[in-house]
Design a protein around this ligand. Structure first.
Ligand code: FES
Length: 215
């Protein structure tokens, strides 16, 4: 499976944790105090608690349940009930490939993360969830005008909205649930970005109104 976009970098500041999904795999993505990012199977190796409920302590992720700490390599570094113990190296999380590019977090569950190739520099606009299939989102994009202009496919997954360039990065979360990460031409005014953000809401409503639009 190729790397998939799971959210915007700016939505995951240092010391924050978020839950993501790629190909049905439940994932925790977190950013350490030093700004480094990690993506793991969302299960604590101890008793299986979702690590996305955990919290960042310095450059480690602490599980909410019994407080075990996992450093960025995934190795367990501290067990509160045995504070003098150096945890064995065999206790570690399942790590996935993660990288950031174009302001987007990309995760790969099978290999080192290789972000989708955008053929030109774009700025992240927003990320949203639509309760429809990936195909329905793409169909709605072709039929949702922005300020009177219908989006025109311009190759490599890009659309043209008049002079504005737009990329819709989709990550299917289920048959009828899609994460959409939207990027636009750099340097747009705040007013235009707000208008585009509202257009994203209209796109979602249109996609959800037209049904599941099976893949
Ligand atoms: S389940 Fe995570 S520390 Fe026990």
């Amino acid at each position: 499976m190729p790397s998939m976009p799971v959210g915007l970098s700016r939505d995951l500041p240092p010391k924050r944790v978020m839950r993501a999904s790629v190909g049905g795999q439940d994932i925790v993505v977190w950013r350490a105090s030093n700004g480094d990012i990690a993506a793991w199977d969302n299960r604590c190796p101890h008793r299986g608690m979702a690590l996305s409920h955990g919290f960042v302590r310095g450059n480690a992720l602490a599980c909410l349940y019994h407080g075990w700490h996992y450093e960025q390599s995934g190795r367990c570094s501290y067990i509160p009930a045995h504070p003098d113990l150096d945890p064995p190296a065999t206790i570690h999380t399942t790590r996935f490939g993660v990288t950031e590019r174009d302001g987007v977090i990309w995760v790969d569950t099978t290999d080192t993360a290789k972000p989708g190739m955008l053929t030109e520099p774009l700025d992240p606009l927003r990320s949203l969830i639509a309760e429809v299939s990936e195909a329905a989102v793409e169909a709605a994009c072709h039929s949702t005008p922005f300020e009177g202009e219908m989006p025109q496919p311009s190759g490599s997954g890009l659309y043209a909205l008049g002079t504005i360039r737009l990329a819709l990065l989709t990550n299917p979360l289920g048959p009828n649930r899609t994460q959409v990460t939207v990027l636009t031409s750099p340097g747009l005014s705040l007013q235009t970005r707000l208008a585009l953000s509202r257009w994203c809401e209209t796109l979602r409503r249109n996609a959800e109104a037209t049904g599941t639009g099976g893949a």
